[in-house]
Ligand binder design. Sequence first.
Ligand SMILES: C[S@@+](CC[C@H](N)C(=O)[O-])C[C@H]1O[C@@H](n2cnc3c(N)ncnc32)[C@H](O)[C@@H]1O
Length: 478
Amino acid sequence: MNGSTSSPRSSRPSRPRRPHPPKRNPGPERPPQEDPARRAALDTLRAVTKRDAYANLVLPGLLRERRITGRDAALATELTYGTARARGLLDAVLAACSDRPLAEIDDAVLDALRLGAYQLLRTRVPAHAAVASTVDLVRADRGSGAAGFANAVLRRVTGQDEAGWIDEVAPDEESDPIGYLAMSTAHPRWVAQAFAEALGSRGEPLRAALAADDTRPIVHLIARPGEISADELAAITGGDLAPYSPYGVHLADGGDPADLDVVRERLAAVQDEGSQLCALALTRAPLEGTDERWLDLCAGPGGKAALLGALAALSDATLDAVEKTPHRAELIRKATIGLPVDVRVADGRDPGLDGGYDRVLVDAPCTGLGALRRRPEARWRRQPSDVAALAKLQRELLTSALDLVRPGGLVAYVVCSPHLAETVGVVAEVARKTGAERLDTREFFPGVPNLGDGPQVQLWPHEHGTDAMFCAILRRPA
Ligand SMILES: C[S@@+](CC[C@H](N)C(=O)[O-])C[C@H]1O[C@@H](n2cnc3c(N)ncnc32)[C@H](O)[C@@H]1O
């Protein structure tokens, strides 16, 4: 606990909480001075807390609606995403600075406190501005009593910088290195533990992997094979050729890629380079016999299906795309217009298909722990209890894929997660039960460094600049 905390939790008598003053009472001291960037940030954080919204979907709409642009928009974005990512660390600090448990603090006040604490600990916003602007927001939303409380808590936060607070609230680094790294990089402990197990590290690689979740990902585009080359796409967009995917382009900065003419005309699309590489790996693995019927068993919203469909068109093959959710199946249809792709709404575990496919992709539903940098709040929303149910579904889908592929045919199992229970755990068990052969998948990622001991491939943001995609290619026994 912070020594300056005025009334320790244990000494507080339990008594009914007073209702907050009416919302419209601005308090006697001064009228609230709302800053549009911080208001947009707080309103987005409220939507994340109240209705499980995605910050990166809510905020752009709010900015547009309120005509917030330029530096204000940049500030709102930085504060919103930064606060959502750092939530666990901010909560630990706020708990140390508050004389009541966080669970007893009004949601709206707590979200504002997080926003204020984030500015104090992780930005260069002057402390007085961070405190005053947050107190103004709280006063406007919850009145002067709550504003006084927020002011007191945030003043305690100003007592130390981030490093000082980490020393105080994190587990001991020597005896619990994973717990320490989890707190200092603002990750739930179970996520840090899962990364540590996948990396085989509790040291620098783990720190780098966790830190990479706080970096803003560069937009990756894919030049649709047969329509436009990566060189042409790079020249049109001013981007750089991707280091590993022959179809990939990295966009330097700024702007909404959906506004690009090449994207609107479907010559290119937004797709992480790791996703491109995993879909390509399936097509690169050598196959004896026929090679004309491909299947994507979990295809929505259609990113990999569009790439596979374009490659299928170039090699006289066809692709069947299965998706359980009708609206996502519709997205596949849109993404694959003009390609030899047949979309079917079905459960991939029993899709009612004849089988006999030459190549099958299983891009299974997963925790998404490999793409935490894309969804600011995701690390706090996922629960360790999600993993077992997903792993069961993943095993069933992979088993179904091996059933649908012809003898000697190939299956790529892909997830956007490094969690061992979703990756090697699934592949090892299904391979054992079905007798499928695990190929050295690293061979189908030519030029990509640091792929470990194989046979599977685990990509990492801090190593490869991609999402943490996992890929294993299996062959059904002939
Ligand atoms: C990781 S996403 C696939 C991403 C896609 N391959 C792409 O590149 O755009 C997994 C998809 O599987 C779908 N899904 C979930 N359970 C399924 C099931 N039992 N059968 C088929 N699809 C399922 C989800 O709706 C989701 O669209």
